[in-house]
Write a protein that binds this ligand. Structure first.
Ligand code: HEC
Ligand code: HEC
Ligand code: HEC
Ligand code: HEC
Ligand code: HEC
Ligand code: HEC
Ligand code: HEC
Ligand code: HEC
Ligand code: HEC
Ligand code: HEC
Length: 294
């Protein structure tokens, strides 16, 4: 600490600028090149300086920093709208918190019933590169990886033998990344109840790609002779939700079948699918072994 103060006093004595602008050195979180005023300020001789244009700022900063300029604000050269060129309490040289900076231009909108925690906390740069990127919506990486850096358990499910194609592509096919009015930040209706009185709206999310007419029709694989077992399980007063049997990201068993049926928060029953030629068996699960197939 004493060494820092001494170093500051020494500089103040030697740098012609700091005699009068010494206040700059008192600020916390200094820019590494702060003391070298001449790196950025060109004195015309009579203590006048060319006024800053956005282009001049951009060229100056980019001389030393190789940052992306795909996002319009840095592209235009508004570096000092977000960064103080001298020093700031907020790293890295930020004038305000990340969320405050971003929300100057990107209004947050009404807050959803189920906000996604990193969005709610204003950690925009967990997912977005502030200077822009080559990925969709200036994400820091390709989409599944942007999400699976935090959700590594889901990342592992994508590596399992039977991964759900849309989950491997884009998480935002089903989830709203900032939050939504549906549980699990889903983009549209999907019941998360174990028992559910059947209405088509409850399963809208899945029906968008797997039409009810297919699931409950004669061509579904979940049939016993001519009886459709999706119909038997789902279409009833106390019907079973898709998520009772299927895991939407990836599983060890075929057809995205869960290995464990979650029954309440504490109880889970194992589910084993056994296949012999065209006949398959679900066991032990919720009932005795039951055979199905054509
Ligand atoms: C004798 C005192 C003194 C010295 C030495 C001095 N300045 Fe200044 N400087 C001032 C004052 C006073 C102002 C006007 C008030 C302000 O903006 O802080 C000013 C303003 C400035 C401005 C803002 C100009 C503008 O157009 O807005 C810059 C940039 C600047 N000084 C840089 C420097 C640099 C670089 C040096 C060293 C080469 C330096 N000053 C040395 C006193 C000084
Ligand atoms: C990394 C580049 C850089 C360095 C180093 C730097 N400045 Fe600046 N300074 C700027 C820029 C850019 C602005 C214009 C700020 C803006 O756009 O808001 C500025 C603005 C100023 C101003 C105007 C008032 C203000 O705070 O905005 C003063 C005074 C000033 N600088 C003095 C200095 C002095 C003295 C030094 C050396 C101790 C110094 N600067 C070092 C880039 C720098
Ligand atoms: C003369 C070279 C030079 C110029 C010009 C320059 N910087 Fe820097 N800047 C550095 C160095 C050196 C560092 C410290 C090493 C690093 O983090 O890259 C640094 C660090 C930074 C950091 C990171 C600080 C942190 O806490 O991690 C930011 C942000 C930054 N500079 C922004 C700017 C902006 C904005 C401009 C233009 C107004 C600018 N720089 C101009 C050399 C420069
Ligand atoms: C919209 C606000 C914004 C603008 C405009 C902006 N930055 Fe940044 N910059 C940030 C934020 C936020 C971070 C911190 C990123 C993080 O936490 O991962 C950052 C980080 C940095 C860093 C340090 C780490 C890194 O990513 O290299 C440098 C250097 C930097 N910016 C330079 C610049 C330069 C140069 C410009 C202008 C061409 C610029 N910034 C324009 C918001 C901005
Ligand atoms: C000065 C205004 C401004 C600030 C501050 C700003 N942006 Fe932007 N941003 C823009 C503009 C302009 C565009 C391009 C037009 C558009 O797509 O909305 C854009 C585009 C984007 C996009 C892509 C939008 C799309 O539809 O693909 C994202 C994501 C984004 N900004 C995130 C951020 C984040 C995160 C921050 C804070 C680090 C931030 N912005 C700060 C002006 C700003
Ligand atoms: C968990 C990751 C994550 C966080 C945190 C996050 N975003 Fe996003 N954001 C995304 C993704 C992914 C998209 C692309 C959505 C799509 O394509 O459907 C996006 C889209 C955007 C867009 C484009 C327009 C739109 O709304 O679709 C803007 C602007 C934006 N985000 C700004 C922000 C701001 C500002 C913050 C911080 C308050 C933030 N984001 C936090 C992941 C995130
Ligand atoms: C086909 C739609 C769909 C896609 C694509 C999808 N999810 Fe999900 N996700 C769901 C559903 C449905 C749930 C609710 C599961 C439940 O409650 O049993 C869920 C739940 C979650 C949960 C809550 C915890 C859990 O294990 O149930 C996280 C975290 C999650 N998803 C992350 C992701 C990530 C990361 C991606 C991209 C790699 C992704 N999801 C892709 C439908 C999807
Ligand atoms: C910076 C870390 C981080 C990133 C990146 C991130 N999340 Fe999350 N996410 C969280 C936290 C923390 C929670 C709340 C605790 C939990 O459920 O794991 C959460 C919860 C969720 C949930 C469950 C919500 C619920 O109601 O149960 C889903 C779904 C989800 N995230 C999807 C995504 C998707 C999709 C992405 C990529 C666009 C993503 N997350 C990126 C941290 C992150
Ligand atoms: C964006 C479109 C899309 C959405 C939404 C979607 N899926 Fe899929 N699903 C696919 C694709 C593509 C495949 C792989 C091709 C196939 O087998 O049809 C697949 C495969 C499956 C399979 C495995 C089929 C088999 O026999 O191996 C099941 C089970 C499944 N999805 C259930 C669901 C459930 C449950 C939901 C709702 C949470 C859902 N899907 C939402 C597109 C989607
Ligand atoms: C009682 C457990 C159970 C429930 C509940 C269930 N499924 Fe299935 N589903 C299966 C089984 C078992 C298969 C595998 C059939 C086979 O062996 O080919 C299957 C197959 C599928 C397939 C592959 C195509 C087909 O029809 O064979 C899709 C897609 C699918 N289910 C989606 C859903 C959706 C969407 C829901 C909710 C509306 C749902 N399932 C509810 C057990 C269930």
């Amino acid at each position: 600490m004493i060494r820092l103060i001494l170093a500051g006093l020494l500089l103040q004595a030697t740098s012609p600028c700091l005699k009068c602008h010494g206040d700059l050195l008192k600020l916390p979180g200094r820019h590494a090149v702060l003391e070298d005023c001449a790196a950025c300020h060109e004195d015309q001789g009579d203590h006048t300086f060319p006024s800053w244009t956005l282009e001049a700022v951009r060229d100056l900063c980019l001389n030393c920093h190789d940052v992306s300029t795909r996002h319009p604000p840095p592209e235009k050269g508004a570096c000092t709208a977000c960064h103080d060129p001298h020093a700031s309490r907020l790293r890295p040289l930020l004038r305000q918190s990340v969320a405050e900076l971003c929300q100057k231009c990107h209004l947050p909108g009404p807050s959803p019933a189920f906000p996604h925690p990193p969005f709610k906390e204003g950690s925009c740069t967990d997912c977005h590169a502030p200077h822009g990127s080559s990925h969709k919506a200036h994400l820091v990486g390709p989409e599944p990886e942007t999400c699976t850096t935090c959700h590594d358990d889901i990342g592992r499910r994508l590596e399992s033998p039977h991964a759900h194609t849309p989950a491997q592509d884009e998480c935002t096919t089903c989830h709203a990344p900032h939050g939504s009015d549906f549980p699990r930040t889903l983009k549209s209706h999907l019941s998360t109840q174990f028992y559910e009185r059947y209405t088509p709206l409850q399963y809208f999310l899945c029906f968008q790609c797997h039409p009810a007419s297919d699931l409950f029709g004669p061509d579904s694989g979940f049939v016993r002779n001519s009886e459709n077992l999706h119909r038997v399980h789902v279409q009833r007063q106390r019907g079973h939700n898709c998520l009772v049997c299927h895991e939407p990201h990836g599983t060890d068993q075929p057809h995205l079948l869960r290995s464990w049926i979650r029954y309440g928060p504490l109880w889970a029953i194992p589910l084993r699918l056994q296949a012999q030629e065209k006949r398959k068996t679900c066991q032990p699960a919720c009932h005795q072994a039951e055979e199905y197939g054509r």
